[in-house]
Design a protein around this ligand. Structure first.
Ligand code: ZN
Ligand code: ZN
Length: 264
């Protein structure tokens, strides 16, 4: 098994999961980089996995489907802006797909959009692999457009409960800007400082910082650490939370997300 991050637009990655001469693509916002990779590596596209409906994740679905006949898996609760002329296979929470000889579990992760799903492959040669779209990023999480902070927090809790060896494949290279914010929240976090240095080196060489590792994210990602006393204290101070709010996990999480929205 191989994971290839195909860069697209300014900061998207279209994940190509390769198994022998077959491949699955996740969130093809553009078709051109995928066609090129399929040709270069002589791969047959067997499936297209969609995490949510935003154009930078689905823009290439129609053309790829029409050219290859690959099945398109689409979140059942994500019912807007469906591509025309494509027969969709709707996926629901708890469902297991069989793709290229692997089990793929569908996990509901609402918040960024109402019907956002993640795809979890528990047993690969690389260890467990998670395709999480715009829900979990390295050092951050997606903006809450259609859901609530409570939903986003519970979605991230679900992802955080996966095995710590999980390789995390988000759809954007937002790591450095996320880590700048994370350091504003937790300036004393040594793991975070070390990770920032590693990621800066990778970006200087033009290398993706992804896949990330769930074990590392638990140490450095403030959105997975909203219950940590240091994060809670920093957020409470920044947002001026009342004593009641400080003890409310969702209120702290919501204030943390709001802080990031306005962070420059
Ligand atoms: Zn999105
Ligand atoms: Zn996106």
């Amino acid at each position: 098994m191989k994971l290839i991050a195909l860069p697209a637009f300014s900061d998207n990655y279209l994940w190509l999961w390769q198994q022998g001469k077959h491949a699955v693509v996740v969130d093809p916002g553009d078709d051109a980089p995928v066609f090129e990779a399929l040709a270069t590596h002589e791969l047959t596209l067997t499936a297209i996995l969609v995490t949510h409906h935003h154009p930078d994740h689905v823009g290439g679905v129609s053309k790829l489907h029409q050219a290859t006949g690959a099945k398109v898996f689409w979140p059942a609760r994500e019912n807007v802006a469906e591509p025309e002329g494509v027969e969709l296979e709707y996926v629901m929470h708890g469902q297991t797909l069989e793709l290229m000889g692997q089990h793929v579990e569908v996990i509901d992760v609402p918040g960024h959009t109402a019907g956002h799903v993640a795809y979890f492959v528990p047993q690969t040669e690389l260890g467990p692999v998670l395709f999480c779209g715009d829900t979990l990023f390295s050092g951050g999480c997606g903006r809450i457009f259609e859901g609530t902070p409570a939903q986003m927090m519970s979605s991230l809790d679900h992802l955080a409960s996966l095995p710590i060896t999980t390789k995390v494949c988000p759809a954007h290279e937002y790591t450095l800007s996320n880590l700048r914010f994370a350091l504003a929240v937790e300036p004393e976090n040594n793991d975070l400082q070390t990770y920032m240095t590693q990621c800066q080196h990778l970006r200087e060489q033009g290398t993706p910082t992804l896949p990330a590792h769930l074990g590392t994210e638990l140490q450095i990602n403030p959105f997975l650490r909203a219950r940590h006393p240091d994060v809670r204290r920093a957020v409470s101070h920044h947002a001026g939370l009342s004593a009641t709010e400080q003890n409310d996990d969702v209120a702290v999480f919501a204030a943390l997300r709001e802080w990031k929205n306005n962070f420059k």
